[in-house]
Write a protein that binds this ligand. Structure first.
Ligand code: ADP
Length: 477
């Protein structure tokens, strides 16, 4: 029997293009599903993608008319790690330095750029029949709406929200680029306080919606986390559920990681990595606990809280490393704090290999996110043998259990949680970490336990498969 065909659409996929967790998911989930499904992944061809390195070859082209303008669109393709990747190239979409814009501002023609991407996906659906099209985030949210206008496309649609804070909101001026009838500029569809909202199209028109953790699926129905869409989501909540992300263990596994100094399966072997990184960063002080933060420097990640906390934490006997890029106001603030404290090291860059070296070296990972749809960093840190200190919110609540409830027989993974994102609560959690670090046996047993937990995509991929089956009306176990 031939496998069910799926087209998986994402605006970033590791290793071709990555700014955050979506790229990791779009890399790992299709691979986890590929045994059961005939799955292809489509993404934009950005100029930063190395076509030679990945043998990305031209395949076909078409001319897209949007309003009074015509755009030449090309499809390119390659096979990588057993998955077929299709790339959409078109001048406005492709020829930009970054994926979406600068850290402070999206590109002014993003509505046009991603409209081209969505129309190109629809063209693929016309050319080949796919049973399911799985769209992700606002950058591919128009697809479920556009195919309503194409009766020959029979694909069912799943729309996954990785972060509700990014909705693809544009001025009504850009409506002409969407290639859509005026009737869709309504409260039930794209209209949002007089502007266009791409994400609303995915919510309104997809057959099912998921988000990246069960807790976040509940949170987004509230005013606190709904980013203005809580009412709209509530209206569509019957088709909404949450599935926790997993980790691609081929990429994130200390036992096989080629990006770290020494692969390891236990804490004794891990020490080599800590030694090497302390030397590389000039921090020194092997016996002191090493705290790390890795992530985008945005409000979401709790950077203000982080800055206040590290200033206090620096007075303790410990080392702190921050790896991140993003908003200048945050990088300036961190630079200033790091200049005043010898035990704080700031790596202001986006560097995949460096992030792996830090995961493999640190003893604690700080994650004071104000909201967190799922979060991958805490999963990576637990599988690399460090203890996460996290705000009890979103996917962090689903994936990190309170160390005070530790049971060695449990399949859960453990860390230090704090409620309400206040400095006092965060500092108290950090101080609990410092105490735990002194109680070496307790710290070691927690960390060793976490390293044995199954963070793979296996369970979550089965949950996605269940949704695909529901969409196709197939029986499932
Ligand atoms: P988000 O998608 O909100 O940025 P996630 O926790 O879902 O956050 O995923 C973040 C991913 O990006 C992880 O793989 C993390 O290691 C990586 N990452 C974040 N910032 C950096 C950086 N400056 N350098 C390297 N990797 C980073």
């Amino acid at each position: 029997m031939s496998k069910t065909s799926i087209l998986f659409c994402a605006s970033e996929v590791y290793p071709f293009a990555k700014t955050g967790g979506l790229a990791d998911v779009a890399h790992a989930l299709p691979r986890a599903l590929s045994k059961e499904y005939d799955i292809q992944v489509v993404l934009p061809l950005y100029s930063s993608i190395n076509t030679q390195k990945y043998s990305i070859k031209e395949r076909s082209s078409f001319c897209l008319t949007l309003g009074s303008m015509e755009y030449a669109v090309e499809f390119l393709a390659t096979e990588f790690e057993g998955i077929e990747y299709i790339f959409v190239a078109s001048d406005p979409l492709t020829h930009k330095e970054c994926l979406y814009g600068t850290p402070t501002e999206g590109y002014s023609d993003n509505a046009l750029r991603f409209s081209i991407f969505n129309h190109a996906v629809v063209e693929l659906l016309k050319r080949d029949s796919y049973s399911i099209v799985h769209c992700n985030d606002w950058q591919s949210a128009l697809v479920p709406l556009l195919i309503k206008e194409e009766p020959e496309i029979k694909s069912k649609t799943l729309f996954t929200i990785h972060n509700l804070a990014y909705q693809g909101i544009f001025s009504y001026e850009d409506y002409k680029f969407l290639g859509l009838d005026e009737k869709y500029f309504s409260m039930e569809a794209l209209e949002f306080y007089g502007q266009i909202n791409f994400l609303k199209a995915g919510i309104a028109f997809a057959d099912k919606i998921t988000t990246v953790s069960p807790n976040y699926a509940k949170e987004i129905l509230t005013a606190e986390f709904g980013c203005g869409l809580e009412g709209f989501l509530k209206h569509h909540s019957q088709k909404l559920s949450g599935i926790l992300n997993g980790l691609d263990l081929e990429h994130f596994s200390p036992a096989t990681d080629t990006l770290i100094k020494k692969t390891y399966t236990n804490l004794t072997e891990k020490k080599e990595n800590k030694k090497a990184y302390l030397q590389e960063s000039g921090l020194g002080g092997f016996n002191k606990p090493l705290f790390a933060f890795i992530g985008r420097l945005t409000e979401q990640k709790g950077i203000e809280l982080l800055c206040s906390a590290i200033e206090k934490l620096a007075d303790f006997s410990c080392n702190i490393v921050i790896l991140g890029d993003g908003a200048q106001k945050y990088s300036d603030a961190i630079k200033e704090i790091a200049q005043q404290h010898k035990n704080i090291h700031f790596e202001y860059t986006y560097n995949e290999a460096l992030s792996h070296r830090i995961y493999a070296s640190c003893d604690f990972l700080l994650m004071p996110s104000l909201f967190e749809p799922c979060g991958l960093n805490q999963l990576i840190s637990m599988s690399y043998g460090s203890l996460p200190i996290v705000h009890k919110v979103g996917g962090l609540k689903d994936s990190v259990s309170d160390y005070k409830q530790f049971k060695s027989s449990s399949k859960n993974s453990y860390g230090i949680l704090f409620k309400d994102a206040s400095l006092d609560n965060f500092m108290q959690a950090i101080e609990e970490g410092l105490i735990l670090y002194e109680k070496k046996r307790v710290y070691n047993s927690l960390v060793k336990h976490n390293m044995q937990v199954d963070f793979s995509w296996k369970k979550s991929a089965q949950k996605y498969a269940k949704i695909y089956k529901e969409l196709l009306g197939e029986p499932h176990a």
